[in-house]
Write a protein that binds this ligand. Structure first.
Ligand code: EPU
Length: 419
């Protein structure tokens, strides 16, 4: 098992370029299976989750070539409609492939989709939405069998806002005759980016980026080049890292507009920053950090649940009591025990709420990375803690962040990746 060994406390400095968005790449790859011709996908993050998705697509017979941050997908050789349970268990977004397989083969089989261990991760809305679009869904015990028996446009209201369910139904509907209206849809920038890409390929989609998406089915979609938008979660993470380590950092190739909710919280804490269209600069911070009182995770454009663990590390360095209210996932606060082991003073009130009392100095410890975002929070904690922090199970971190140790070293961090 690989691990990171970090020496803290560390001040960093310099410039860091943000990678392409993981949560766009993982949706554009399955979408490419629906298109006629080869898709050239650029600014793809070189991370494990993308590698897993490519492995699944190759397993179905697609020809996928990866050359650095460029991936070329040729779906003409697709030969199977069965996604193995072992692979689908590693990637929740494997369920998006079902959309493409339904149009290619009229059927699809999938094991139960996995993903980060941050809650129950149900797929009820995918199943209900597929059924509303005329797909017959059979629970096989080990997974699901989908059959495109009577595809038809529909109106579907999501009982909960779901990013991947919105994207999956949108992808399914683009080639279904008639009109589909998705209500209470997710508004995340990655949803809009996927829609923009599909529209460039010939799809008819209106309203993506708002909570009502209207789709007119078309019969043919032709592959077009697609560039991933900057990863807003990586942008926010680097901004928190700069603030927590009080390091001057310029974050480039990003879109600060996508993290407005985080920047609003920064202002309450007393963190200064400057922003341009595609950059964000945090100067070396000298003032006292104040508690923002409470932070509440929310669907976009609210404060992203994926930025909650890194921000909580920063809150341990802010004066006062902060309520962290995680509204999206019921398993995304358990990492606070790890921070407490490092010296933080956090009370987990229930699976959705924690009280952080700061400021508390942190001490280096040997810990494990529970999931991508809690894992990166541990890296930030290690960089501000006194002494050595060892983070095991960095497989989880590397699912979402590209060459993290190399990029942090370039900023002056003392971090080693060890087997
Ligand atoms: N939900 C249901 N039923 C469903 C689908 C979702 O009840 O059928 C619930 C979930 O249990 C959760 C809420 O709806 O409580 C929102 O989940 P959502 O479906 O939006 O999450 P997701 O699409 O599986 C994506 C990102 C996550 C991010 C969430 C929330 C990708 C690949 N993943 O997940 O990112 O946390 O949206 O913004 O896009 C990450 O990058 O580390 C990550 C976990």
């Amino acid at each position: 098992m690989s691990k990171f060994v970090i020496q803290g406390p560390q001040k960093l400095s310099g410039e860091i370029a943000v990678a392409g968005a993981k949560n766009m790449a993982l949706k554009v790859l399955p979408a490419a299976l629906l298109l006629n011709g080869k898709s050239i996908l650029s600014n793809m993050p070189q991370i494990r989750d993308v590698a897993t998705m490519i492995e699944i697509m190759k397993g179905l017979g697609a020809n996928v070539e990866q050359n650095g941050s460029e991936v070329i997908v040729d779906p003409s050789s697709l030969s199977s409609s069965q996604i193995s349970g072992t692979l689908s268990g590693q990637a929740r977004t494997s369920i998006m492939i079902v959309a493409s397989l339904l149009h290619r083969f009229g059927k699809a089989t999938i094991g139960h989709p996995g993903g980060c261990v941050i809650g129950r991760r149900p797929i009820d809305q995918f199943l209900e939405g597929f059924q509303a679009l005329g797909v017959t869904v059979t629970d096989t015990g080990e997974g699901y069998y989908f059959s495109a028996d009577n595809l038809k446009g529909t109106t579907y209201f999501f009982p909960f806002v779901s990013v991947t369910a919105t994207e999956t139904l949108m992808l399914t509907a683009v080639k279904i005759p008639g009109t589909t209206v998705l209500k209470n849809a997710a508004c995340e920038p990655e949803v809009k980016a996927l829609a923009d890409y599909l529209v460039s390929c010939g799809a008819k989609i209106e309203g993506a980026g708002t909570n009502t998406i209207r789709i007119e089915g078309v019969s043919k979609l032709n592959a077009m080049p697609c560039e991933m938008i900057p990863d807003r979660l990586e942008t926010g993470m680097f901004a928190v890292l700069a603030a927590a380590t009080r390091s001057p950092l310029k974050i480039t190739r990003c879109n600060p507009e996508h993290i407005e909710s985080l920047l609003t919280i920064f202002s309450k804490i007393g963190i200064s920053y400057k922003q341009g269209k595609d950059w964000l600069f945090l100067p070396e911070q000298s003032g006292i950090y104040r508690s923002p009182g409470k932070i509440i995770t929310h669907e976009y454009p609210g404060f992203a649940t994926d930025l909650q663990p890194p921000l909580t590390v920063l809150l341990t360095q802010s004066e006062g009591l902060t309520l962290v209210h995680e509204t999206i996932f019921e398993g995304r606060l358990f990492y606070v025990d790890l921070l407490n082991r490092m010296g933080a003073n956090i009370i987990l009130c229930d699976p959705h709420r924690a009280l952080v009392q700061g400021p508390t100095p942190l001490r280096g410890k040997k810990i494990e990375s529970p999931d991508i975002r809690a894992g990166i929070a541990m890296v930030i904690a290690g960089l501000i803690a006194n002494g050595e922090t060892t983070i095991d199970n960095i497989y989880q971190i590397e699912r979402g962040y590209e060459k993290l140790d190399e990029r942090l070293k370039a900023l002056g961090a003392i971090i080693e990746r060890k087997e």
